[in-house]
Ligand binder design. Structure first.
Ligand SMILES: [Zn+2]
Ligand SMILES: [Zn+2]
Length: 733
């Protein structure tokens, strides 16, 4: 399949999407691998292809009852709470190096307007029906109550506190209809300590007429070349059972107002609007770029390939409900006005945690934010894709995680580092020349040549896990080659021959770096920097992995190990500290209980009384959060000091990977602003958790005063520069 894709003359357009995370919950590792990371790796792979345009979009699902209930509890508006949670998710995804072209949310005006227009079109096309039914109405709040706003006693187990849609008692957990609840109460009134009984009242709702779409959907599934056999069977069975009409309106204030006549005070059911975000996010992206026509060229071209990265529980929704909505919208439109149907859906099975279910309340699992406090994103990205639940559920097992990241270091990292170090120390940092290749050399050269096609095919077929296996195989062959050739022992007798081998190893290192680019973006950049590849990093393409292009004499910079080894005990200790610092429970999984003894801090922390004067405790030191940032700009500012004298300060604008810049003040550097400009673009160290110093200039709400670390050198300032590309905001430990 990939060959036809690559050789097609026309430019390929891809829309890559991942499931929209519900804003109320912090994503855990299962959510990360299930959709957003898989989509990111695939989109990064496509961005490296020639003649390919790709846009990767998703966003936070902001509406619905859980967030509305939580907002009432916290006494803030649903919008405030959702915005706050959305910003947290954006931060986490940025830290994970998830590179979206547009990560938006469903409460943005473009999406809201798009959704309303979309459903009016569907209504015009005859797919919306109105029906009356009875629902609960709270006379105090003067509103119809969605299922989750009703609380009562479960008719099955007798437990109070059951919700209108489900009983929360773990021993029961039955799905309920709200009218089955005994002693129903309005949840809002309960939160506000009012005792009211909701009354039954007739209300009108708007339904999507799915039975009318059955024929088209069956044909779409039956003739689809790409859908997996499992998904096909699942979808055809559900069509055979008969597609029900689906209510698309809800009696809830927090949401997108339903656009239908007579539907005032109702909103569109979250499930039926968030899914349209796949379309509206591209529209918003095109508008932000001030090229609105790009929206049509992606969504209204039948040749565009749209791919959806989702968990297996959403298969029906993406293969039936979403295409159904598109069919209903497209009816009667000329071809160039029609939205394109899904090209493929890549679904993953579930990820468990040490054979248990993720549970925030029980503290079972690892959440996306705390994972990065343990180790850097490249390692997580590698290990999660290495273990991607393709074809069956898998469990995150700590010991396997340790194996995966050590494999990354031992097989791939060590090969590259050995090669670069040798060239650096024995060949003056210049790539030695290649001689005449023998059979063993030719085998490696052949592997390099085939690599981009072979591994590219796996990516194009969403076999991300197999792609990693293949990359590891390549590195293993490189290690065997190097060990057999033993160039280090040839150094004294035949330096040219040794150089010849290292030339080939350097080429293979470059190949490995490019093949890893979609998975380990930091390592990729760092490898390309060491070999001084003669084009800007963003111009490197996938096919370059197969090119034999490092010239003899090319400079190899001082190599720093691309990866490192981690001990399980140390990672668990870091995990424990992260939980401790937030006051959250930490328990070792049963499989690791033997480690309990070993995971107490291995550092020799001196007792308070033993400490030398002038020294601080390790515990105290841990409270300082040193992080890395990039200098974006330097400005001169002046303010009056306490004697009303004007003093000149220099302000550094830093990028720390967050949405807003942080500023640094009070650097009296003794340098001119022109001299300081040469620091722009450099990565430096700063203290992230210092409170704002009130005496210093004006600090707006979005800014913080932070200390930029500099070594003292009489009058001038020498910044402490970070000597390797690391993720901005990385902790200094
Ligand atoms: Zn129950
Ligand atoms: Zn009420």
């Amino acid at each position: 399949m990939s060959r036809t894709v690559k050789n097609a003359e026309k430019r390929q357009r891809w829309i890559v999407t991942s499931a929209w995370p519900y804003v109320n919950a912090t994503p855990h590792l299962g959510n990360i691998i299930g959709s957003v990371l898989s989509g990111d790796v695939f989109a990064r792979f496509l961005r490296l292809q020639n003649n390919t345009d790709v846009i990767y979009v998703s966003g936070s699902d902001m509406h619905g009852t859980p967030i509305a209930v939580d907002a009432i509890k916290q006494g803030i508006t649903s919008e405030e709470l959702a915005e706050q949670k959305h910003r947290d998710i954006v931060q986490i995804f940025t830290d994970w190096e998830l590179q979206y072209d547009n990560y938006t949310h469903t409460h943005n005006p473009v999406h809201m307007k798009f959704t309303q227009d979309f459903y009016l079109e569907i209504q015009k096309n005859g797919y919306i029906i109105e029906e009356e039914h009875e629902g609960y109405f709270c006379p105090i709040d003067e509103m119809f109550l969605p299922d989750r706003f009703i609380e009562g006693t479960c008719p099955h187990c007798g437990q109070p506190g059951a919700r209108g849609d489900q009983c929360d008692n773990p021993a029961c957990g039955r799905v309920l209809e709200s009218e089955q609840l005994l002693e129903p109460h309005c949840k809002i009134c309960l939160i506000k300590n009012r005792d009211t009984t909701p009354i039954r009242k007739k209300t009108r709702h708007w339904y999507l007429d799915f039975p009318k779409l059955e024929r088209q959907l069956r044909e779409f599934i039956e003739t689809n070349k790409y859908i997996s056999q499992n998904a096909k069977t699942l979808c055809l069975n559900s069509i055979k059972e008969g597609l029900p009409r689906r209510a698309i309106t809800r009696d809830l204030k927090w949401g997108i107002p339903a656009p239908f006549k007579g539907a005032e005070n109702k909103t569109i059911y979250v499930w039926f609007e968030a899914v349209l975000g796949y379309i509206s996010a591209v529209k918003e992206w095109a508008e932000l770029k001030e090229q609105p026509q790009l929206f049509d060229s992606y969504w209204k071209d039948p040749n565009t390939k749209s791919v959806y990265f989702i968990g297996k529980d959403n298969i029906i929704f993406h293969w039936i409900i979403f295409p159904g909505l598109i069919f209903a919208y497209n009816k009667g439109k000329p071809p160039d006005e029609q939205l394109t149907l899904p090209y493929n859906v890549s679904s993953t099975e579930f990820l468990m945690y040490e054979n248990d279910k993720f549970s925030k309340s029980r503290g079972i699992g690892i959440w996306a934010d705390e994972a990065l406090e343990i180790i850097e994103p490249d390692y997580w990205r590698y290990a999660l894709i290495r273990n991607r639940p393709e074809g069956r559920d898998v469990s995150f097992i700590w010991s396997e995680f340790e194996n995966s990241i050590n494999e990354l270091n031992d097989k791939i990292g060590n090969f590259i580092h050995r090669t670069f170090t040798f060239i650096h120390t024995k060949f003056d940092g210049k790539i030695p020349a290649m001689g005449i290749p023998d059979a063993a050399d030719k085998e490696i050269l052949e592997i390099i040549k085939r690599s981009s096609n072979e591994i590219g095919d796996l990516f194009y077929n969403y076999r991300l896990k197999d792609a990693i296996s293949k990359i590891v195989d390549l590195a293993t062959k490189g290690n065997i080659y190097l060990n057999n050739k033993k160039p280090w022992s040839l150094m004294k007798t035949n330096k040219e021959e040794a150089g010849h081998t290292f030339n080939i190893c350097a080429q293979l290192s470059k190949t490995l770096g490019i093949l890893l680019a979609p998975i380990c973006p930091t390592a990729f950049r760092s490898i390309m920097n060491v070999i001084n590849i003669d084009k800007p990093i963003h111009e490197i393409v996938w096919e370059d992995a197969s090119k034999y292009e490092l010239k003899a004499g090319g400079v190899i910079d001082t190599p720093i190990p691309v990866f490192q080894k981690f001990k399980l005990e140390d990672m668990l200790e870091q995990f424990r500290r992260s939980r401790d610092s937030k006051g959250l429970p930490f328990t070792l999984p049963d499989t690791l209980s033997g480690l309990e003894q070993k995971t107490t801090p291995s550092l020799n922390v001196p007792k308070e009384s033993d400490r030398e004067e002038g020294y601080i405790s390790y515990k105290f030191f841990q409270q300082f959060q040193f992080k890395t940032a990039r200098i974006k700009d330097v400005e001169e500012i002046s303010q009056l000091d306490k004697d009303q004298k004007k003093e000149h300060l220099q302000k550094f604008i830093l990028s720390i990977g967050k949405e807003f810049p942080y500023q640094v003040l009070y650097a009296r550097t003794g340098k001119t602003i022109e001299q300081l400009h040469k620091y722009i673009g450099k990565d430096v160290v700063y203290l992230a958790n210092l409170e704002n110093l009130p005496s210093l200039a004006k600090i707006t709400k979005d800014q913080k005063s932070i200390v930029l670390y500099a070594a003292e050198n009489s009058q001038s300032m020498v910044l402490i520069i970070v000597d390797k590309i690391v993720r901005l905001g990385s902790k200094i430990r």
